[in-house]
Design a protein around this ligand. Structure first.
Ligand code: ADE
Length: 253
């Protein structure tokens, strides 16, 4: 997978590609990356990239020409590239969308600043507008990093398959709680023990306990996921039974 990121502040993005698991994915040839500074394509001596919106309104917009020049330099119209504009007005980035995007040859990510970009650039170049959540960030760079992180870790060889199978959202549920050593943890609230069942070595009981915890956590934090999962028939019989047993949860949903 290749990531090409267009930004007015590429240094924000660059550091992510030099650290930790991503650095390893690059050295193994699983991921490649280039950043393009949109300001390099500005044509006046002040390197202007923004201007006031037609029709009035607050803030400034990114001008179409420097951005479209940068997109042309990135080869944005080539068939094996998917162009994404990070914007709070986009479709929501979910685990399913991350999976879909991770199958692409190359993602070209446009990071907006100010109030956004000229609509004509979106009309010409952008395949998907993507939002990382229902809040407004000051820039698209942090959103691009979230999208890159959510997608590259799904590529073969980056992290283990077991980690991906059991994590949040797999099978429409959030992740179960996890514990590591020490078994008894002395802290400001006194002593806290690891749940007994995890020390039992009984794999089947542990599996069932974890599934139950996943359902409870999803009910508490994201009932919308349970509702959706039931509607789409995502859950197997065992999971459905746990959902039903949990104090009439389904009526509350
Ligand atoms: N730019 C500003 N806010 C954003 C958001 N929530 N998602 C994606 N890009 C953004």
């Amino acid at each position: 997978m290749k990531y090409t990121v267009l930004s007015l502040f590429p240094e924000i993005i660059d550091t992510f590609f030099t650290a930790s698991i991503m650095a390893k994915a690059i050295s193994r040839g699983i991921v490649s990356y280039r950043s393009i500074n949109i300001r390099d394509y500005a044509f006046d001596k002040h390197k202007t990239c923004d201007d006031a919106p037609y029709g009035g309104g607050a803030g400034m917009l990114m001008m179409p020409e420097p951005l479209s020049q940068a997109l042309a330099a990135a080869g944005a119209k080539e068939a094996d590239k998917r162009v994404i504009y990070l914007s709070p007005s986009g479709r929501l980035l979910t685990q399913d969308l991350a999976k879909d995007l991770s199958r692409e040859q190359e993602l070209i990510l446009i990071c907006g600043r100010y109030e956004g970009i000229d609509q004509r650039v979106i009309d010409i170049y952008v395949d998907d507008e993507v939002s990382i959540g229902d809040y407004v960030l000051s820039s698209g760079e942090t959103a691009a990093l979230a999208l890159i992180d959510a997608t590259y870790r799904l590529l073969d060889g980056v992290i283990s398959h077991e980690s991906l199978d059991e994590e949040s959202f797999s099978g429409g549920l959030l992740e179960y709680p996890q514990y590591t050593r020490p078994e008894i943890y002395d802290n400001i609230q006194g002593q806290m023990r690891v749940p007994e069942i995890l020390l039992s070595g009984h794999h089947e009981n542990i599996r069932r306990w974890r599934l139950k915890k996943r359902v409870e956590k999803t009910f508490a934090n994201r009932p919308d996921l349970l509702r959706n999962g039931i509607k789409k028939g995502l859950f197997d019989e065992e999971t459905r039974k746990i959902i039903d047993e949990l104090s009439g949860i389904t009526e509350e949903l």
